[in-house]
Write a protein that binds this ligand. Structure first.
Ligand SMILES: *Cc1c(COP(=O)(O)O)cnc(C)c1O
Length: 390
């Protein structure tokens, strides 16, 4: 039975507050229309990130007057939108990236999905799209995962990548907050990010372009943040660097790596190990993986964890003094991505990987974070972060 929910768990903007009495997104209203013909599955060893999509998708329409319409699970197909739809002109779009895993008992698991829902609601708020009840979307995603269960690949390293998205759809060119929106979720089976063990990356510390800035939108997962990064990424690739190391300000403060958060394991002034990551100052995307690594490191109590600013010249000096132990980027797609070199102002600076093994592509701590998070994601250890889809 549907009951008007007036208990959203997220801070609401003034914009959505006035819509309290309109319908909330509700899993109890879910409609399911199955595809007539199912697509052939893709073999695990042929999966390429983001290329294959499952048989179904979730959609839910919203409008200012009525709120959320009944969500649907329906065949994966093209959307039909007017060329005047606001998303095509003013980038009214935000998204999430999360994964569903099959554990060794065949159970479907999500990793900290509440964090993705909370972040998506912060993203929608930032671009004046509507909020929704994240717990309800998690339930709908659960039904979707059961519907498309055959698409969740089995085996460690394999998962179904989920892409919840919201777009503004009203057909008016005026620059105004959307009065109509579409929430959708698509899924694609993905394999391990590193097929043959880790592959450490070279970064170009980018001084010509800035990804995000304090009080801007860097902390929101909105489409508008990503297109401007594509040219700098291509320029870095042409010079042989896999990712941009994004800097900010005249002092070249470290922020993020490509679309990942950045971690530096180093020795502090007393020679003790310290894990450093730039603080969430508004320009940094608050990654679920970032938060998980900070929490694990605090549990381990083997080294201090510091969310503090660091500049590129400071990092360069620390590396040259031999005080940087390991560096890595982190995010849902790869968990961790070890860093082996940074190009900065014409100089290539080598970052250590594994002191014990010159051929290794990842340091021991980087591996340990990866393995600890993987073990939770695949339900190998009991942990409240791993949520079984019942
Ligand atoms: C998505 C994203 C991350 C990583 O976030 P996770 O929740 O760990 O996947 C980091 N930085 C940027 C810019 C991102 O878009």
């Amino acid at each position: 039975m549907f009951s008007a929910r007036i208990l959203p768990s997220f801070k609401r903007t003034a914009f959505t507050q006035s819509k309290r009495l309109s319908s909330q997104l509700s899993a109890s209203k879910l409609k399911v229309k199955k595809a007539d013909a199912l697509k052939p599955l893709v073999a695990n060893n042929e999966l390429i990130f983001g290329h294959t999509f499952t048989d179904h998708m979730i959609t839910a329409n919203w409008d200012e007057k009525n709120g959320w319409a009944a969500p649907e699970i329906r065949p994966y197909e093209n959307l039909s939108l007017a060329p005047s739809a606001v998303v095509f002109h003013y980038a009214s779009e935000c998204f999430e990236g999360m994964k569903a895993y099959k554990d060794e008992h065949g159970k479907i698991r999500l990793f900290r999905p509440d964090m993705n829902m909370a972040r998506m609601n912060r993203s929608t708020s930032r671009i004046a799209l509507p909020n929704f009840d994240g717990d309800e979307l998690i339930k709908i995603i659960g039904e979707y995962l059961k519907t498309d269960e055959r698409w969740i690949p089995e085996g460690k390293g394999y998962s179904l990548y989920l892409r919840p998205t919201m777009i503004g759809t009203q057909e008016i060119l005026g620059v105004n907050a959307p009065t109509k929106a579409l929430l959708f979720v698509i899924g694609c089976p993905v394999g391990p990010y590193y097929k043959t063990g880790f592959n450490a990356v070279r970064l170009l510390a980018t001084t010509e372009y800035v990804r995000a800035w304090p009080r801007g939108t860097g902390e929101a997962k909105i489409g508008g943040n990503y297109a401007p990064g594509l040219l700098p990424q291509r320029l870095a690739a042409q010079k042989g660097y896999q990712q941009n190391l994004w800097l900010f300000g005249e002092e070249h403060s470290l922020t993020e790596v490509g679309t990942m958060n950045l971690f530096i394991l180093m020795k502090n002034d007393n020679g003790e190990l310290e894990l450093v990551t730039p603080p969430l100052d508004g320009s940094i995307l608050p990654g679920v993986t970032r938060d998980s690594i900070i929490s694990l490191a605090k549990e381990w109590k083997e080294f201090e964890v510091k969310e503090r600013p660091m500049t590129m010249p400071q990092l360069r000096d620390l590396i040259k003094e031999g005080r940087v132990v390991e560096m890595f980027g982190c995010g849902t797609a790869c968990v961790v991505s070890p860093i082996k070199e940074i190009g900065y102002l014409g100089e290539d600076i080598k970052v250590p990987l594994d002191p014990k093994d010159p051929n290794s592509q990842a340091g021991p701590y980087t591996r340990r974070f990866n393995d600890a998070i993987n073990a939770i994601q695949y339900g190998e250890v009991e942990h409240p972060w791993s949520v079984v889809v019942e």
